[in-house]
Every structure is written in structure tokens, then in C-alpha cells.
Design a protein around this ligand. Structure first.
Ligand SMILES: Cc1ncc(COP(=O)(O)O)c(C=O)c1O
Length: 466
């Protein structure tokens, strides 16, 4: 008997049984899954629905990615039509949707970029590291430029190289040691400055540390610096306005490429099409994923400035072509869906909507949550928000991890999915929000209300009914 022939509760029971017996899930403990089953079978707008009929406001847009919201059936049509036309051919040849997507992405950057297509944010950054190294081999043949400078507490992906570039000890520990070509510098996590300083008297010392590090490593060994404009995973760290222009100037001074990770920040999330556009900098390499296709199908890209692209031109004998390939790179079906997704982002003005709804949400959260002593700070840009939970504002001691967990559980029991930062003991006390950009005012009100009650529950669980 197929699953669909079974009555509803039996389907759910069968799925759970099949899954627990045969599937290995990321990040969650399987014992917890046995207790805490969710079988998501439907979604519309900002709401997801469990097979048992329970609905949740998804204030994380999946994994920070369903920017245009769930249930856009026209994307299914685009995929089906493209699959009927031509489902696949390797990207060593051209195809129509990928060419269209390349042009669209280039236009979003105001021109001057080529895109190399891959399947995930990790691959987009990984390909970026390789582009930086190959570029250095072409342009600085007498140097040995292979190092990437990155920030502690960053997250750039799940492959070995992107993990090594990242700076989250708890994500890396099980896979160490790494080869050592990624050199870390302090991050602009101002609420908990790693240098023990305070803005603005700090003089943005964390940006200056990049220059000190390039000099210490030897400029002839450094290929690139990688930054996420607003660090998301560590709890939405919005840097001081001067930070990124200072980093860019240092890169230019030492002929080091600037690699910007727009995997979460991109496609309207922070109120502009790309996060770096708040800071007026110009990436040499840029990784885009997630919002490029609102996660309807997998596709991502490594965008390179034409100065970098030009370095890959030459005669066959020069062997300057891109020395990497992904079977699914430039997949016509995924590219066609991404093209329509970006059209929707533009037609519905979703970056601007992220600013408007983000301001509304942040104001409401600040008004309601800062009344609780455990709320240390509400921060963010657009619809990328972090709520730092502490024992008290004066000491900034992180709220106990179990209590942060109970905030998440309270929200879920009350119909709202919120996220939590990574970053181990130092940073995992931040509730993170990254809802679909189409979230409505009334959904924002619900989110604020549930979080308000959740914080009251943490302080005084007996007085607050779940
Ligand atoms: C900033 C950033 N870069 C890269 C990645 C990796 O993307 P993916 O999971 O698609 O490989 C992520 C994933 O969350 C991310 O947050």
C-alpha cells in the first residue's frame, strides 16, 4: 500500500516510523526527534503546517531562506515548463535560464560581474576560495598567496574548507584539525567586544586587526579576506558603519581580494538587495544562495568582479580557465526558478518591505521586550533581527542555555518558530528572527506578543500559562 492510500493519522505514523528507522538528520539529536516529531506537509505565506494540522508562524523562513514566502505555485509551473523544454545539460555549454540569471544578478550589482553557478552557499564560498587562489596564481606568480582571513564566530558553510574559514568552535570541533590556510581575526560583535573595547572609542580596532594580521602573515601569502556584511549565525552582529569601508581599504592597500558572503544577507533580507550595499563597498568575490531562489530548489552562485573574471581569460595553452566543475552547476530548472523568484522580489518591492516591516518589528520588540530584565538588546537591520538574552543588563552575563531553550519551546508551543544563535558558550544566548519578507503586520504582532510572553515565562514560569 502506498502512503497516500492510508488515512491521515496512519500516514503520519508511517512517515515517523520510516524516518526514525532510516534517515539521519542534521544538527538535531535523534532521541529528541523521537519525542518531538514534526512532519511538515504544507506551507503558505509565512505559515507552515504539520501533518497533524498544527500551524506555526515560521519566523526563520526555514533556514533564513524562503524570502518570498511559501506556496508560490507559479514557481512549480516555471520548473515544470523548463523541465519539459530541457531538464539538464552541463554548464560547459550555455543555457537560456542560466544566462538570464547571470544577467539579472549582474544588473542587481549595477554591472561588472560574472556568475559561476553552484548548488549551495557552502559551495559558493568554497568556489570563491578557489577563485581567489587561482587568481593569485595568475596575477602574482612570484608570491604564494593562498590564505583567507576570516572572523572568529563566522559561519560560511559546512564543507571542510568553509568550516575551517568559519569561526564557530562548536561546529568545527568534531572535524579538526584543518589545514591552516584560514587565519582568524576578531569579529565586530560589539555587544560582547572580543577586544574588551567600546564603540566609538575603540576606533574600530577589529577592522584594524585585519591589517596587522596581513602584515604578520606576510601580504604575499594572503589571497583574500572573507566577511558576511551582518554576521547572522552568531546572533545578528551589525557592525559599526565604518567597519566594512575600513576592511575594503585594507584589502585594496595589499592587493587582497574582498570576498563577501551574502548567503543570508542577500536578496532583500536586510532592506537592500545585498547587505554590503548598506556600507558602499564593492566585493571582488560574492557568494549568493538561499534567497536567490527562496529555497524552492537548490542553486547558488559565486559572483566575481570583471577584474577577477579577466584573469581567467587566455589561450588554451595558458590554462587560465576556471579549474573546477559541479555536475549541477547552472542547472536550467533551478536557474529558471531563480529568475522568476528574483522577478517577484523586484515586482513586490520586497527589500523595501523588509525595511518597513523590519522597522515595525524592531520597534514592537524593543517596546515590549526591553521591559524584561533578561532582554539585553534588540538589534538588526531589515528583517534580520537578534534578541540578546542576559541574566541582567549590567553584567551582560549570558542567560542560562536551558532557559534560552525554554524560550524557543514556549514559542513553538504557542505557534511560532524562532531561531537561536550559534557560537558556543559566548554567543548562543541570542534569539534570531529571519521571517519571510512578506510577513504581515498582524503576524509581526503575533511574534512580538508570543516573545513577550515567552520572556515573562522565563522569568516567572508559574505565573504564565503556556
Ligand atoms: C552566512 C552563510 N554562509 C554560507 C552558508 C552555507 O550555505 P548552505 O547551507 O546553503 O551550504 C550559510 C548557511 O546557513 C550561511 O549562513
Amino acid at each position: 500500500m502506498t502512503l497516500t492510500n492510508l488515512p491521515d493519522p496512519e500516514i503520519r505514523a508511517r512517515v515517523v516510523k520510516q524516518d526514525l528507522a532510516t534517515v539521519l538528520h542534521p544538527l538535531v539529536q535523534h532521541r529528541a526527534l523521537e519525542q518531538n516529531q514534526m512532519v511538515i506537509t504544507g506551507a503558505q505565506g509565512s505559515t507552515i503546517t504539520d501533518h497533524d494540522g498544527t500551524s506555526y508562524l515560521d519566523a526563520m523562513a526555514g533556514l533564513w531562506c524562503v524570502n518570498i514566502g511559501y506556496g508560490r505555485t507559479e514557481l512549480a509551473q516555471v520548473a515544470a515548463e523548463q523541465m519539459e523544454r530541457i531538464a539538464y545539460y552541463p554548464h560547459t555549454a550555455m543555457n537560456l535560464p542560466a544566462a538570464q540569471l547571470g544577467e539579472q544578478l549582474n544588473n542587481l550589482m549595477g554591472g561588472g560581474y560574472h556568475s559561476y553557478f553552484v548548488n549551495s552557499g557552502s559551495e559558493a564560498n568554497e568556489a570563491g576560495f578557489k577563485v581567489a587562489r587561482q587568481y593569485a596564481k595568475h596575477e602574482f606568480p612570484d608570491d604564494f598567496r593562498f590564505k583567507t582571513i576570516s572572523r572568529y564566530y563566522a559561519y560560511h558553510g559546512t564543507t571542510l574548507a568553509t568550516l575551517a574559514a568559519g569561526g564557530m568552535g562548536d561546529r568545527k570541533g568534531k572535524f579538526e584539525p584543518f589545514a591552516g590556510e584560514f587565519v582568524h581575526v576578531p569579529a565586530p560583535t560589539c555587544y560582547r567586544c572580543p577586544l574588551g573595547l567600546e564603540y566609538p572609542t575603540c576606533g574600530v580596532a577589529c577592522a584594524k586587526a585585519i591589517e596587522t594580521t596581513i602584515l604578520a602573515e606576510g601580504p604575499a601569502s594572503v589571497a583574500e579576506v572573507i566577511v558576511e556584511p551582518i554576521m547572522s549565525g552568531v546572533g545578528v552582529a551589525v557592525p559599526p558603519d565604518e567597519y566594512h569601508p575600513m576592511v575594503e581599504a585594507i584589502c585594496r592597500k595589499y592587493d587582497v581580494l574582498l570576498h563577501v558572503d551574502e548567503v543570508i544577507n542577500g536578496f532583500g533580507r536586510t532592506g537592500k538587495m545585498f547587505g554590503h550595499q548598506h556600507y558602499g563597498i564593492s566585493p571582488d568575490i560574492m557568494a549568493v544562495a538561499k534567497g536567490i531562489v527562496s529555497a524552492y530548489v537548490p542553486i547558488a552562485a559565486t559572483m566575481v568582479k570583471n577584474k577577477v573574471f579577466d584573469s581567467f581569460l587566455g589561450e588554451d595553452a595558458d590554462a587560465r580557465q576556471v579549474m573546477q566543475v559541479n555536475t549541477y552547476g547552472g542547472h536550467p530548472v533551478a536557474a529558471a526558478v531563480a529568475v522568476r523568484n528574483i522577478e517577484i522580489l523586484l515586482e513586490e518591492n520586497l527589500p523595501q518591505r523588509a525595511t518597513e516591516m523590519g522597522n515595525y518589528l524592531m520597534q514592537g520588540l524593543t517596546d515590549r521586550l526591553m521591559r524584561h530584565a533578561v532582554c539585553g538588546q534588540v538589534r538588526g537591520k531589515g528583517l534580520l533581527v537578534g534578541i540578546e538574552l542576559v541574566t541582567d543588563r549590567a553584567s551582560k552575563t549570558q542567560l542560562d542555555s536551558k532557559l534560552v531553550g525554554s524560550v524557543l519551546s514556549f514559542c513553538r508551543k504557542n505557534g511560532v518558530i524562532v531561531g537561536r544563535s550559534g557560537g558556543g558558550a559566548r554567543h548562543s544566548n541570542v534569539i534570531v528572527l529571519s521571517p519571510p519578507l512578506i510577513i504581515t503586520r498582524s503576524e509581526c504582532d503575533m511574534l512580538i506578543d508570543v516573545l513577550d510572553r515567552a520572556l515573562a515565562f522565563v522569568v516567572n514560569p508559574i505565573s504564565v500559562a503556556i
